[in-house]
Every structure is written in structure tokens, then in C-alpha cells.
Design a protein around this ligand. Structure first.
Ligand SMILES: c1cc(-c2cnc[nH]2)ccn1
Length: 246
């Protein structure tokens, strides 16, 4: 999987290339992350990449020319026809389905804007998709870009090793994850649920599915709205709701 990142702060991207499973993925050649800095492509002798917004208003905007030229370099380094995604609060919400789509592309160029945003003409002419990681404004697009790099990389075969993370399974099913416990069995008067120490794998599987369904019902009912429950799922959820006095 190829990631090209257009960013004024390439050092920030070290957070994914120099730590954890994504670092190992880079070292193993399973993913490649290239950073291209628009400041290296300014035609302005002062190295400016931003300017005031027409029509007035606070802050500065990233100008077309440095971004367009940085994108040209990024495209030259990326596989042919790599899609361009701009990280933006005006974008579509990132979710498991979109992460899966981006993984299926095999490569992506991510624009991590700074300042108050980027000139609309870049979005019109160069960008295939705007993506948001939530309804809030950040100081730049680098953290959202790294969310995409991390989430998409985890889908690349070999990145998670041969232990498929159950976290993936639950979100793949459109449910929140079940609660997890590790040693000790009891701490501060709180015990691990007995079923998890029963050794009964069917009971454990059903308990976990019930917890996924119950938690999703409580915290993200929107995820259940369009979900057709199986008979077992309906039974488990009804039990959960009774036990929790819903
Ligand atoms: C994606 C990008 C952003 C963002 C980019 N620049 C300021 N905020 C916020 C949320 N999701």
C-alpha cells in the first residue's frame, strides 16, 4: 500500500513511520509512506505557501501553486492514477467502509492542509475526495491523514501478523467492540466476568457477541438502525436489554 502525504510538517508523519505496527510495515516493505512538502515548491522568494483570503476573514489560506506543484511530484512518485484525498471538516465521514475502499485502491495521496484551509481551486481540480475524521476543526490535516494511514495499513495482509485483531472483526460487522479483561482476575473488588474463565468457547463467543450488540444499542444505536439481526443476535440483544432494564 502506497501513501503520499502532502504536508508542511513531514516530521509529524514520523508518528506512524517510526512507531508500532506501521513502523514494522514500512520496514517490511508492506507499506510505503512518502512526504512531499509544498514549501519545497514555492516560487515565492520568501518561501510563502499561504496568503490572505479574498473577501476578508480571519487567518490565511494555502495557495494553489505550491500545492499543485507538490501534488505533481507526488503523482510522479505514486502508482498511475492514484486518487487524491484531502483531509477536511467538509469531507465525508471516515468509517470502516471508507477505510476498506481506500485499502482496495492500493495507493492514495493525502493532502494535509494547514492554516484556515486551502484554495478551493485545488479541491476542484486536483482532489477526488474530501474526508473528515469528525465534526471538529483541527490545526491541520496531518493527524487525520495518519488516522487513514494507520487504519488502512492494518488491512494490508501481513501488517497485523497472523493474529487478526478482533477489533477489526467487530467494526467489520458494524458493531462496537466487546469489553476485554486481562490478569489479575480481581482488582479493587472488580472481578473478570466468570464466563471468560469458563473455557466454554461457545458461551464466550455468545457473551462477546451479546456485549457487542448491547453496547452498540446503548452507545451507537445508529449502527443498528439498518442492521438485520439474526435470530441468535435478536435473542442475545433482548436478553441484554432485559438484564440492563431497558
Ligand atoms: C479532517 C480534517 C480536519 C481539519 C483539517 N484542518 C483543520 N481541521 C478536521 C477533521 N477531519
Amino acid at each position: 500500500m502506497y501513501f503520499g502525504v502532502i504536508t508542511l510538517f513531514p516530521e509529524m508523519i514520523d508518528a506512524v513511520t517510526k512507531f508500532g505496527v506501521t513502523r514494522r510495515a514500512c520496514e517490511n516493505g508492506l507499506i510505503k509512506v512518502d512526504c512531499i512538502n509544498p514549501r519545497d515548491y514555492t516560487e515565492d522568494k520568501f518561501g510563502n505557501v499561504d496568503d490572505k483570503p479574498y473577501g476578508g476573514g480571519p487567518g490565511m489560506l494555502m495557495q494553489v501553486q505550491p500545492l499543485r506543484d507538490a501534488l505533481r511530484v507526488a503523482r510522479s512518485q505514486a502508482p498511475k492514477d492514484t486518487k487524491v484525498v484531502c483531509m477536511s471538516p467538509q469531507g465525508v465521514q471516515l468509517n470502516h467502509s471508507l477505510v476498506t475502499d481506500i485499502h482496495s485502491w492500493g495507493s492514495v495521496i493525502l493532502i494535509a492542509g494547514r492554516y484556515e484551509g486551502i484554495d478551493e481551486r485545488v479541491l476542484q481540480k486536483e482532489v477526488d475526495l474530501e474526508v473528515s475524521v469528525g465534526d471538529y476543526v483541527l490545526s491541520g490535516g496531518e493527524l487525520p491523514a495518519m488516522c487513514i494511514i494507520d487504519a488502512v495499513s492494518r488491512m494490508v495482509p501481513g501488517v497485523l501478523g497472523n493474529i487478526q485483531n478482533a477489533q477489526e472483526d467487530s467494526f467489520a460487522q458494524g458493531l462496537l467492540h466487546f469489553p476485554q479483561y486481562t490478569r489479575p482476575e480481581e482488582i479493587d473488588g472488580m472481578r473478570v466476568p466468570e464466563v471468560l474463565m469458563s473455557g466454554n468457547h461457545e458461551k464466550i463467543r455468545n457473551w462477546r457477541l451479546q456485549q457487542c450488540l448491547g453496547r452498540t444499542y446503548e452507545r451507537r444505536p445508529d449502527l443498528l438502525k439498518n442492521r438485520v439481526l439474526t435470530k441468535l443476535e435478536r435473542k442475545l440483544l433482548d436478553e441484554y436489554l432485559q438484564e440492563h432494564d431497558f
